[in-house]
Write a protein that binds this ligand. Sequence first.
Ligand code: GFB
Length: 315
Amino acid sequence: MNKNAKIYVAGHRGMVGSAILRRLDTGGYSNVVTRTRTELDLTQQAKVAEFMAAERPDYIFMAAAKVGGIHANDVYRAEFLYQNLMVEANITHAAWQAGVNRMLFLGSSCIYPRDCPQPISEEYLLTGPLEQTNEPYAIAKIAGVKLCESYNRQYGTKYLNAMPTNLYGPNDNYDLSKSHVLPALIRKAHEAKIRGDATYEVWGSGKPMREFLYVDDMADACVFLMEHEEIEEGLFNVGTGQDVTIRELAETVMDVVGFNGKIVFDSSKPDGTPRKLLNVERLRKLGWQARTKLRDGIKLAYSDFLLKNSEAQAD
Ligand code: GFB
């Protein structure tokens, strides 16, 4: 990527998009285009086509998506399917029409079958049934992968797919009914500490295993892939290659936050996929690997939470 190339980051206010903006800034990229949701509703096909024809970016980081944790995925099934399909289809088609040759689409590790051999290789896509709690979201993300593949095949574009494992970090969502596990546990442990509670509640059995990637590492992988112009297509898992049980995660969070209570498991809440550890060899062979250790990342995320919390109280 030329440092003056015009780069559109879709979803720049989200956790991933904002991390990509930070990474592009430190990388010396100066011509970055963004639009807020009020300025451009990505579910509106004509508006997206109009924007793309006017801007004609050289590169697109496609980080706009409706995302959420296990509960939000399970409850807002129609929204997750509809909004993600619309946004992906509108951006991909408008990008191709406007002559954008290179895009990076961000998917999710939940696109792989529920009961996959571990660690999960890119080849396992579409080899078995999906996890039920996030099937609509996964179907939308699989469609996004197939859009890139199909436009590449039919029209000769060079659209790539990055499949991150569970992400966390600055600008995460701390709303307990919609968030992923890590921000939820940070908030619960912090509030339990402030209130002086003896316990804190963790959903499910604590037995599922998850792999967590700090979002700035994810942004670094995205820019790495885009900068390697010789990579013209394909699916790339992005993770650390290591996972932990939810119980272990809850204990580390307690430790970082400084809360010495007892964990209480709420078995009325779903566990979801038993395990989804990504095989990250494909990206490692190209020369990229994650840098942030889980405990260090949780400390950074907790600092961000405290900052947002104090700003919210000052408002
Ligand atoms: O992060 P999470 O919501 O999503 O939950 P998934 C991971 C695990 O943590 C599940 C448990 O076993 C949850 O039951 N958990 C424990 C909690 N306490 C909590 C809590 O307070 N809040 C939450 N949210 N979970 C999502 C998919 O799956 O992963 C998405 O639904 C996406 O589609 C995302 O792929 C990366 O890892 O189960």
